[in-house]
Design a binder for this molecule. Structure first.
Ligand code: FES
Length: 120
């Protein structure tokens, strides 16, 4: 079930941290989330969390249907592989990168993404 997030910054603060839901994913698990109007996928890779845009840049299949391969996400539709470090397309048929954002876990076990780190 997608998680609706809320910005942790108040109006006019300029903060870009958004809550992406509880940090309760198993290693390798994916979950859809929405943050600041963006459709994102939250993933756990070992002890780290990462968030990235939902839609594959090849033909817009949801990457939430794919699976992790180390620090990369494999699209279930045609097999494109994207780096979760910089969003680049590591294997085709996709050419264009996806957007990725740095995520972290708060002391109360929430996944928080810093949208100022959005990169692709
Ligand atoms: S839609 Fe993802 S590889 Fe084609």
């Amino acid at each position: 079930m997608p998680v609706e997030s809320e910005s942790t910054g108040g109006e006019g603060t300029g903060l870009t941290s958004v809550d992406l839901g509880p940090a309760d994913l198993a290693d390798g698990e994916l979950r859809e989330a929405t943050a600041a109007g963006l459709s994102l996928v939250v993933a756990r890779t070992g002890d780290n969390y990462v968030a990235f845009e939902t839609w594959c840049t090849h033909d817009e299949c949801p990457l939430s249907d794919g699976w992790l391969e180390g620090e990369a996400i494999r699209c279930a539709c045609h097999g494109a592989l994207f780096s979760l470090v910089d969003g680049s397309a590591l294997e085709g048929p996709a050419i264009d990168p996806i957007a990725v954002v740095t995520a972290s876990v708060t002391t109360d076990r929430r996944v928080v993404a810093d949208l100022s780190t959005l990169r692709s």
